[in-house]
Design a protein around this ligand. Structure first.
Ligand SMILES: [Zn+2]
Length: 246
């Protein structure tokens, strides 16, 4: 891939960069979106499973689904896209990852500042006292319970729930102050997450989209790449590094 010289120059001068990522980058690690063709779970819609009422009604079923997802996530690895984003930390002064993914792959790739808008499947918390549990839970006596007796649930944002305020506020601040805002593997149409794109644009950031196909956001970005992030981002980071040393 031959990148435009102006793009490389622009990136070289940038100090603060945000990567806003979604399901597309996880898909490159083989993590399915859990819609449709996924074995025994294909009869149920994520909307029907990933909500608090379903959890209260049938915590066993919801935990079975999350255990299945956790297993797939544990077995998957960060891909070239995650690694390129982590490597950006060696190029720019400030690199912030804002992700809608719950799979922890950005941290596993080495990214340090990661804001998780939809939670993290590796963490859990008690629905009563909000105590966090990040260790392996014990399912030998059924659905795991907290010391206080409350049920423990995965720390992921379910349908109908608010995004974690501290994560969103920090993401918003990063979007407001960055020089370049990358949109990676997400059509960024779901609010309130989508508002980050507009905040970045209004505050003068240069918007670069990396998606495998055209999205609704394509209209407002400065530059689009319709290819896998693993390819584009790793080539881009390599080019910036090479140009920095020449
Ligand atoms: Zn508790």
């Amino acid at each position: 891939m031959q990148f435009d010289k102006n793009l490389i120059e622009k990136l070289k001068e940038s100090k603060s960069v945000v990567f806003f990522t979604g399901a597309g980058i996880s898909a490159e690690s083989g993590i399915p979106t859990f819609r449709g063709k996924d074995g025994i779970w294909n009869k149920l819609k994520p909307e029907e499973l990933a909500n608090f009422d379903s959890f209260l009604k049938n915590p066993e079923l919801i935990w079975e689904w999350y255990s299945h997802r956790k297993k797939i996530i544990h077995e998957s690895k960060p891909n070239a896209g995650h690694i390129a984003i982590a490597e950006a930390q060696n190029i720019f002064t400030e690199v912030t990852v804002v992700t809608q993914n719950i799979d922890n792959l950005h941290r596993r790739a080495g990214s340090k500042t990661v804001y998780e808008l939809h939670g993290n499947i590796e963490r859990n918390y008690c629905i009563k006292c909000k105590t966090f549990y990040s260790e392996e839970l014990d399912f030998s006596k059924g659905v795991p319970k907290c010391k206080c007796g409350g049920l423990i649930r995965p720390d992921v944002v379910w349908f109908g729930e608010y995004l974690p305020e501290d994560q969103f506020d920090a993401a918003e601040k990063a979007a407001r102050t960055c020089d370049v805002f990358f949109i990676v593997g997400t059509s960024a149409v779901v609010y309130p997450a989508a508002s980050l794109v507009f905040i970045a644009k209004q505050n003068g950031a240069y918007l670069v989209e990396v998606n495998i196909e055209k999205t609704e956001i394509s209209e407002i970005v400065d530059l689009s790449f319709y290819e896998p992030s693993g390819k584009i981002l790793s080539e881009l980071m390599k080019d910036i590094r090479t140009s920095q040393t020449t």
